[in-house]
Ligand binder design. Sequence first.
Ligand code: ADP
Ligand code: MG
Length: 238
Amino acid sequence: MIKVNQLSKTFKKTPVLNNITTEINKKEVVAVIGPSGSGKSTFLRCLNGLEQPSEGQVYIDGTQLNEQNVTQIREKTGMVFQHFHLFPHMTVLQNITFAPMETHGTSKEEAEENAMKLLETVGLSDKATSYPNQLSGGQKQRVAIARALAMHPEIMLFDEPTSALDPEMVKEVLDVMKQLASTGMTMVIVTHEMAFAREVADRIIFLDQGAVVEETTPLQFFNTPSTERAQSFLQKVL
Ligand code: ADP
Ligand code: MG
C-alpha cells in the first residue's frame, strides 16, 4: 500500500530523515516510535505529500507521489493531528461533511447520512450540532477521526493523536483507533502510547536521528530490543 524507497529529507542542509526504506502493507498497523525530534512527523508528512522528499521516492498504491498527483493521491490518506485542527466556526456535522461535499461533490443528504454513521462509530451521535469549543479534547479528536474517515481513505495516518489530551481522555481515542484497526484499515501511527503500540501494532518502526534503527514486531521490540539506542529509549519511557 505504501512503499518508501531511500527517502531522505533535509531542511536547509540539516538532515532530518536519512535513507529510509520500508513498505507498509494493506491492512497493516505500523507504530512509529522514537525520541522527540527524531523525524517521526516529517516521515508521516512525507507519506501524504505534505513534505517533498529531498531524495528518494514514496509510492502509494504503486503510484509515485509527485507534485502533479499529490492532491489526488493525498485523498487516499486521512490524517489526524495532535491538535485536532477542526474548523472552529463549523458544527461537528459540518466539519465532517465539508470535505466530501466540496471535493467529492457528495450531496448534502448523503454526506450527512454518512457523517451520522461515523459519529455513531466514534460514540458522538449526540454531538452533531455542537461546535468544537463545546467538546472535550477526547471528543474533538474523535470528531477529527470521523472527519478523516468521511473521505473514505485507504490509509489513516496519526501523528501523536493522544499527546495533547488529558490522561482520562486518552483511552476513548485509543479505543476508536483500535476498533478502526480491527476493521482492516491500513494505519501508520506515531505514538508515545507504548502499551497501545504493543497491543495494536503489527510492526514497530523505531526512528532515531532520522534513521530506522529497528523495524520489528512489538513482541521483539519491547522484550528484546536489539540496539542500544532502542534499549535506552525504552528505559526512559517504560
Ligand atoms: P518528531 O516528530 O520525531 O519530534 P520532527 O519530524 O517534527 O520530529 O522533526 C525532526 C527534526 O526536523 C527536528 O529537528 C525539527 O526541528 C526539524 N524540522 C521539522 N520540520 C522542519 C521545518 N519545516 N523546517 C526546519 N526544520 C524542521
Ligand atoms: Mg512530531
